[in-house]
Design a protein around this ligand. Structure first.
Ligand code: F6R
Length: 610
C-alpha cells in the first residue's frame, strides 16, 4: 500500500526520501512523488511508474539539494494512477504539500464545500482535500491549522505536511493508518514503515492513534488530538537491515522461502521445554481461568493469514477439542457476529495493519469477546488493540506474496494449541513432549526440501503455460491447497482453484480434462485412502495429477505421472512442510514467465484500506 517518508536534517532530502521510498517498494505502488523546501519555495516532482524509472527525475535532475522534504508512493484507490493523482498534494498557492495514506471518507462533502469557497483541485483523489482544508484553516500557525482540519475529517489517515513558511519543521499525524517518527543525530525522519529508515537510525517512536508530532532537526514534540503535549519514549528496533536485503537471491520471495527453517526456529525460540512438556507464551494475556471459560474460538483474518487460521482450526480442534470457526475479517465485521465473553477471537496478521482485520477485532471486543493477536509486525496497530499476543517472529517480509509469515503463523498455532491443550487437560505432558520434538525436527526436514528444489523447477517448466490449475487437499491439508492456489494466482496470474478433495465430484470434476494440471496433497495421513480415490477420479478423466506424497510411498507412483516426495512428519505438522513445494512451484512459474515476483500487479503488501 502507499508509503510515506519525511526528512528534516542536514543531508540532501531528495536522496534520503528516494532511498526510503525504494525500501517501501515492497508495499506495492503505481506512482511516486517528492516535495522539498528550497529557499522559501516548494519544489514538487511526481509521476506514474516504478522508482527505478523515476530515478533521474528524483535524483539526477532534481534541481535542489534541500535538506527538508517529504515523499510518497501511491497505490491508487480514488482516481487512476497519474502524475496529477500522485502525492504530495498541494493547496491553491503551493504554500504547503501533504502526503497521505488511508482514505478520507467524507472527501466529497469537504471538496464540494472547499470548491464553493474558491479552492481549485487538480486531482481526482480524496487526499488533495487535506491540503485545501489545512489551507482554509491556516493563519500563521501550521500546527493549529492541521489539527483543526483533521477534526473535520472522517476516515483513516497517516499524513505528513510541509509548509514553505515553516522551514524548521514537518508536521505529521495519524488515525488508524500507521506512522513512525525516527530520531537521528541532527536529523529526524517520518515514515509509514520502519523498514524505510532502518539504515539511518534504530530509535523509533510509534505515533499513537489520533496523535500528532512536530518534527524538527533537533527534536520532536508529540500532541494528542486536543493539542495537549505528550511524553513519549522511543523504542529501539532490533530487526536486522540485512534481513531486509535480498542476500544473494534473485528475489525477496525466494530468499524468504529459504529463510523458513530459521523462521520456525525463531518462532519456537525459548518458548518450549521439551523435558517438562511445557510451552511458554509470555505475551498471551490470558489467565488459566480465561482459557477454561472459552466455549468457542473464532479466527478472523484475510488472505494467507486466513488460511493459516484454517490450519490453526484443525490443530486446535484436534488437540484442544474446542469448536473453532474461521471467518474472513471482511465478512465478520459486517454480519453482526455472534461472539461474547465466552468466545476467544484470534486475529491473524503479518502486518498487523490490515484494515478489515482491525475492524473485525474492534467488532469482537465491542461484543465482549477476548481477542488474541497472532502477529508479525511489532508495535503495529493490531498489537495495541488486542488482549494478548503471540508474536510469530518471522522478521521483515518484503515479498508481497506471503511465505515465511505463513510458516511462522502455523508454528505459532502449533505452540498455542499445545499450550491450550495442556491447560485444559486434553493433552498429557508426554503428548506435548512428543509434538515439541516433532516441531523442532521440522526445520531440518524443510532444509532437505529446499535443497532438492530442482525437480520442482522442472515441473514449473513443464506447466508454465497452463491456463488453469486445480489444487486438492483434505483435512488439515485442505488449507494447504487453498494457500498453494493463492500463491500461484497472485504471482503468476494463472487461474488456480482449490477444493476439498471430497468436494470435487460435486462440481469441479466437470473441469477435468487432459489439459488440466491437478495438485493433490496425498501425504501419509488417516485419510490417505480417501485421497487415493480422489486421485483415481482425476486420472479416470485424463487430468494430469501432480501428487505431494510421503517418502517411501510406493503406491502413489502406480497412479500418477508426477510425484514430489516429502520427508515423513506428523500429520498435524504436515501443512508446514507441504506448502514449501507449492510456494517454490508458484515462484518458479512466475519467474519463468518473466513476471515481477516480489511486486505482483494490483497487489499491495499491507492492505490498510477496506
Ligand atoms: C497473500 C498475502 C495476503 C495477506 C493478506 C493479509 O500472499 O500476502 O493475502 O495474507 O492481505 O495480510 P496480513 O497478514 O498483513 O493481515
Amino acid at each position: 500500500m502507499c508509503g510515506i517518508i519525511g526528512y528534516i536534517g542536514e543531508k540532501p532530502a531528495n536522496q534520503i526520501i528516494f532511498d526510503g521510498l525504494t525500501r517501501l517498494e515492497y508495499r506495492g505502488y503505481d506512482s511516486a512523488g517528492i516535495a522539498v523546501l528550497d529557499g522559501g519555495r516548494l519544489l514538487v516532482k511526481k509521476e506514474v511508474g516504478k522508482l527505478r524509472n523515476l530515478h533521474d527525475m528524483f535524483i539526477t535532475d532534481f534541481p535542489s539539494a534541500s535538506t527538508h522534504g517529504i515523499g510518497h508512493t501511491r497505490w491508487a484507490t480514488h482516481g487512476r494512477p497519474s502524475g496529477f493523482n500522485a502525492h504530495p498534494h498541494g493547496d491553491c498557492k503551493t504554500s504547503l504539500m501533504v502526503a497521505h495514506n488511508g482514505i478520507i471518507e467524507n472527501y466529497i462533502k469537504l471538496k464540494t464545500r472547499l470548491t464553493l469557497a474558491g479552492h481549485v483541485f487538480l486531482s481526482e483523489t480524496d487526499s488533495e482535500v487535506l491540503a485545501h482544508l489545512i489551507e482554509s484553516h491556516y493563519s500563521g500557525n501550521l500546527e493549529v491549522a492541521v489539527r483543526t482540519a483533521l477534526q473535520e475529517v472522517e476516515g483513516a489517515y497517516a499524513i505528513v505536511v510541509i509548509h514553505r513558511d515553516h522551514p524548521d519543521c514537518l508536521i505529521c499525524a495519524r488515525k488508524e493508518s500507521p506512522l513512525i517518527v525516527a530520531v537521528g543525530q541532527g536529523e529526524n525522519f517520518i515514515a509509514s514503515d520502519v523498514t524505510a529508515i532502518m539504515h539511518y537510525t534504530r530509535t523509533v517512536h510509534y505515533l499513537d492513534n489520533l496523535c500528532m508530532a512536530i518534527v524538527k532537526r533537533d527534536g520532536v514534540d508529540f500532541f494528542d488530538v486536543d493539542g495537549h503535549s505528550m511524553d513519549k519514549k522511543p523504542v529501539q528496533v532490533d530487526w536486522n537491515p540485512v534481513a531486509a536485503e535480498k542476500g544473494g537471491f534473485s528475489h525477496f520471495m525466494l530468499k524468504e522461502i529459504h529463510e523458513q527453517p530459521q523462521v520456525i526456529r525463531d518462532t519456537i525460540g525459548g518458548r518450549t521445554s521439551e523435558e517438562e512438556g511445557k510451552i511458554y507464551l509470555t505475551e498471551l494475556g490470558l489467565s488459566g481461568p480465561d482459557i477454561f471459560k472459552f466455549q468457542r474460538i473464532v479466527m478472523v483474518a484475510c488472505g494467507t493469514a486466513y488460511y493459516a487460521g484454517c490450519v490453526g482450526k484443525y490443530m486446535i480442534e484436534k488437540l484442544v477439542r474446542i469448536p473453532v470457526e474461521c471467518d474472513l475479517a471482511s465478512e465478520f465485521r459486517y454480519r453482526e457476529p455472534i461472539v461474547d465473553a465466552n468466545t476467544l477471537v484470534v486475529a491473524v496478521s503479518q502486518s498487523g495493519e490490515t484494515a478489515d482485520t482491525l475492524a473485525a477485532v474492534r467488532e469482537a471486543r465491542a461484543r465482549g469477546a477476548k481477542v488474541l493477536g497472532i502477529v508479525n509486525a511489532k508495535e503495529s496497530s493490531l498489537t495495541r488493540e488486542v488482549d494478548g499476543l503471540v508474536y510469530i517472529h518471522a522478521g521483515p517480509e518484503i515479498g508481497v506474496a506471503s511465505t515465511k509469515a505463513y510458516i511462522a503463523m502455523l508454528t505459532a498455532f502449533t505452540l498455542l494449541a499445545l499450550l491450550l491443550g495442556k491447560i485444559r487437560g486434553t493433552l498429557t505432558p508426554a503428548a506435548v513432549r512428543r509434538e515439541i520434538s516433532e516441531l523442532k525436527r521440522l526445520p531440518q526436514e524443510i532444509e532437505k526440501v529446499l535443497a532438492n528444489s530442482a525437480p520442482i523447477r522442472v515441473l514449473a517448466e513443464r506447466f508454465e503455460n497452463a491456463h488453469n490449475f486445480l489444487y486438492l487437499g483434505r483435512g488439515i491439508n485442505f488449507p494447504t491447497a487453498l494457500e498453494g492456489a493463492l500463491k500461484l494466482k497472485e504471482i503468476s496470474y494463472i487461474h488456480a482453484e482449490a477444493y476439498a478433495a471430497g468436494e470435487m465430484k460435486h462440481g469441479p470434476i466437470a473441469l477435468i480434462d487432459k489439459e488440466l494440471p491437478v495438485f493433490v496433497i496425498a501425504t501419509a495421513s488417516a485419510i490417505y485412502d480417501k485421497i487415493i480415490s480422489n486421485v483415481k477420479e482425476v486420472q479416470a478423466r485424463s487430468g494430469i495429477v501432480i501428487a505431494l506424497a510421503t517418502e517411501g510411498d510406493e503406491e502413489i507412483g502406480k497412479y500418477v505421472e508426477h510425484v514430489i516426495y516429502l520427508p515423513r512428519v506428523s500429520e498435524l505438522l504436515s501443512p508446514i512442510l507441504n506448502v514449501i513445494p507449492l510456494q517454490l512451484f508458484a515462484y518458479f512459474v512466475a519467474d519463468l514467465r518473466g513476471l515481477d515476483v516480489d511486486q505482483p500487479r494490483n497487489l499491495a503488501k499491507s492492505v490498510t484500506v477496506e
